[in-house]
Design a protein around this ligand. Sequence first.
Ligand SMILES: Nc1ncnc2c1ncn2[C@@H]1O[C@H](COP(=O)(O)OP(=O)(O)O)[C@@H](O)[C@H]1O
Ligand SMILES: [Mg+2]
Length: 390
Amino acid sequence: VVYVAVTLVSVLLFHSMMMNALDHELQIFAASFGRAIDVSGSVPYFRDWARTVKTEPGKSLVTIQLYDVNERLLESYGPKGYERIMPDLSTVKFDGKTMRVRTTDLRKDQRVVGYMQLELSTERVEDATRQFGWTIILTAPFVLIGLALTAIVVSAQVARPFLDYMHMLRRFIADAGHELNTPLSIVQARMQSISAKMERQGQSTDELVPVEHSLERMGKIVNDLMLLTEVEGPLTARPARTEVDLNDMVSQAVNDYKAQFADKGIALDYDPSPARLQGYQDALSRLLTNLLDNALKYTETGGRVHVQLKAAEKNVVLVVEDTGIGIPADSLPKIFDRFYRVDKSRSRASGGIGLGLSIVKAIAEAHKGTVSVQSTVGHGTKFTVSLPAA
Ligand SMILES: Nc1ncnc2c1ncn2[C@@H]1O[C@H](COP(=O)(O)OP(=O)(O)O)[C@@H](O)[C@H]1O
Ligand SMILES: [Mg+2]
């Protein structure tokens, strides 16, 4: 766009510069011919010496006309011009030509005794402008390719530090996840055996319960970290897609969650409906549990969560709708970002670190699908996951 604009402006500029040059030329002609005109008689006329120079056939581009005070044409030289007196500097069209016209008064002792009119065709200006325009148009592809290549090289240079940084961050998240996973499993296993031992010896394990809960929470977070980088990484390294019975999967998940929802006094329902697709079973089941986890966490007692499956010709659509606290409009675009939570203090108490939905999104995208959200604060939230069936 900028290039086209610059081109247009430069063509216009070029044209007006050429027109200025033409006017300047007319001015110089007027000054020199003025000296060749005799104004001492009743009407102006060209001196003899000038007449021979000016009338050389085919040589002169300029039309020279002499008029008397009554605007009657007396003499005319050069190409045929427009034979009518015009205001001092004007443009006139006739015979399919465009002429630039300059008229000067011829004076004898301050008294006007006639007029000299000079005319030049603007053809040369038009030709030159056209040539200039074509040159620009024909060189445009080369210029644009050059610009594009430069832009690519420069932006790659500029983006490199950011990409390196992103890569480093991703590596760090993956490494931290893996490094934490092993010691955590060891601590968890030891805790279990200590707790079992204490129970055998008749000791109370009440004090260990919060520790076990914290370990469980840490385990979830570490899992999320590892999963996220894994899902985002090259999926080709993962096992091949298999046929997934989504109806089966949702029924089972809803069954598993029934008790937790009932404990909190929330109704959870699902009407079975057949839906199948080619995909990664584990990942899809993770996607579902993340959405159910959120519905459970962010819906208050007395609420209702509705799960739906819709199989269309090309897509399978999973809907998880709750009557929970909702998400403010300004947070909606950010909830799929890693580590984003609407209300940090509230969410921490309920155990998330803001990775759940970014995993949902990554999994949907790994299936070439999409995830969207609609929400009204105080009324509820609806997540819609659409996955291609084939
Ligand atoms: N069903 C929902 N109702 C209301 N808010 C939700 C819902 N699901 C997600 N959110 C908001 O989006 C944020 C991001 O969700 P998520 O990525 O799963 O992280 P978290 O670990 O906090 O659950 C949550 O902290 C919460 O504020
Ligand atoms: Mg969550």
